[in-house]
Every structure is written in C-alpha cells, then in structure tokens.
Design a protein around this ligand. Sequence first.
Ligand code: TYM
Length: 332
Amino acid sequence: MTRIFSGVKPTGHLTLGNHLGAIRGWAEVDQHRADSVFCVVDLHALTVDHDPARVRRLSRQAATLLLASGIDPERSVLFVQSHVDEHARLSYLLECVASDGEMRRMIQYKEKAPVEQARGGSVRLSLLTYPVLMAADILAYGADEVPVGEDQTQHVELTRDLAVRFNQRYGQTFTVPRATRPEVAARVMDLQDPTSKMGKSHESGAGIVYLLDEPDAVRKKIMRAVTDSGSEVVYDRENRPGVSNLLEILAASEGGDPEDLSGAYESYGALKKDTADAVVELLRPVRERHRELVRDSSYVEEVLRAGAERAREMSRPTVDAAYRAIGLLPPA
Ligand code: TYM
C-alpha cells in the first residue's frame, strides 16, 4: 500500500492556504487511499526566533485542528514530531550526506535568513539545516508520497536527492518519495498582496484567512481583498493575480475549475461575495468540531500518545538500518 507522510509547522495559526493546499486533501482523499502519517513538526518551529509557550500552545492547536479537519486516528497516524526521537536521529545521518551549498540554495532559506538577520542579527544554524530534518521526517517512514502545497516542492526534491545519494553510497535503505499537490489552490496567495503566498507568519493578518476566524472576519477579509485593475473577471494568474486567487479559492472550496467559474461572474463584488460564502461554509464544520475537541483535551492527548507510539514502531527499523548502513557500530 502507498505510504504517505506530511506535516504542518506550529509557527502560527493555521490558514486557509494550509487547509486548501494540504490538510483538506489529507483528510478527504489521502487517508482513504493510503497508509497515512501526519505530523505536527514542532522541532521545525524552533528554527526561527520563538516563544516556548506559544510553540507549545500552537502545537496542541495544530493537532486539534487536524482532527477537526477530519484526520481520523482510526485511519491515520497523527503525532508530534518531538515525541519521536527517530526524526532527530536520522537528521544527523542525512547531514552527513548533504552539502552546505545545497542548503544555501534552498529558496525558503534565502527568503527567511535575511528576515531573521534583520530581526535579531543572527540566523539559527537549524534554519539552514531545516530541509535535512524535513527529509528525515519523510524518509524515516519510507513514504512514497508527500502531499504538500507548491512551496514545499523544492524541499521534497532535496529529500529525493538525499535518499538516492544515501542509497548509492551505503546500499538500498530509503524509499525515494515524490511530492503530490492539489490541482487547484496549491499556492493560495495573500488577499492583501496577491503576489506573495498566504503564510501563517506574515506580519499583518489582514490578507490571511485563519481556520479559526469567525465568519464575520472571514467575510470582511475576502470582501476587502485587493483585486486587479480592470473589472472583467478573468483567470490569469500572471496578469490578474488578485482575481485569479479568489477564483482558485472559490473553485477549491466548492469544487470546480477556476477558469470555468470566471465566466459566471460579471463583477468583482459578486465573485467576492460567493467566495466569502463558500469559505465560511467550508470552515464552519472545522471551527465547530475544533470547539468540541478543545473541551475534550484528554481525547486529543490520547490520540497523540498512541500516534507517537505507532510512529516510533514505524520509523525505528528504517532509522536503525540507516545507522548500520552508514558504518556505525550497533550497540551490543
Ligand atoms: P507549513 O507548516 O508551512 O505548511 C503546511 C502545509 O500547507 C501548505 N501551504 C500552502 N498551500 C497552499 N497555499 C498556501 N498559501 C500554503 N501555505 C502553506 C504547505 O505547502 C504544506 O504542505 N516544511 C513544511 C513542514 C514539514 C513537512 C515535513 C511537510 C516539515 N517536515 C515533511 C511534509 C513532509 C512546512 O513548513 O509546512
């Protein structure tokens, strides 16, 4: 059976981008067709300036939101990365097959390092090695597929390169995974700046729809979305990024094709209204289920405990095999 691994980073409240680009597909499609493992990657949240209490809170919230979005612990393994030592264990070995030049070429590093520098003057070494830890996440589970939004494509490519290189040097150890992404909304853009990605750690939240936003807030943000000059509703991501983003969000939320939908609208106002309605309806059950789960925190804790136990069993054999293959003396 196909094995799937994917994760979310608890660096901010989860967004509509996370939902449409990844989480919804995990819940609605992936976990029904494959052996699925989903992870709240809290170690990755330590790669930039962080507040310990906030990371802890956001980790629990992310796990709760994954359940609220329909991840079913009877079908999928759901756990927190730091509860399973194999990730950090394997990451070190992969650092020994990766090069620093490779790390410095990663787009996300090139984007984030200057921001961190401007903020505090120094860049954590873990920000540079971030993609190696991500590769360890994926390879430890022998994942065949990694369902992610478009922004993670380069990281999954690197994971493939590291897997192939390790296998060539030290013998067949890892499955070489491939990224998969949704047909629509693989890159949801910021509503206030449709040339940049809707990201959880953006400075201002005005262009970001969060999964836990109240319906009124969702409507306001979408009705105030920046649109393009001109008034015709056309789907053209390059030249009409604002309108195209709304069309993608609408198409992904209620099903359909953004190009086809564009023909149904004569004004930006009507498109925004329908998009707002569709997103409110999409998020309503997630918000409601989240509210119930918050009241039942022992359930979430139990899911994460059992998930970590299963994740350890799944990952240990591969990580142990990698330790042997690379030349480390097995403990007696
Ligand atoms: P993260 O936490 O930034 O995002 C989680 C998932 O949401 C997708 N995503 C988006 N998709 C469409 N439009 C957007 N605006 C948008 N923003 C985010 C991301 O592509 C991702 O699929 N490095 C990863 C976390 C990670 C991981 C892994 C993922 C660590 N280890 C192993 C897969 C496998 C990240 O920062 O995701």
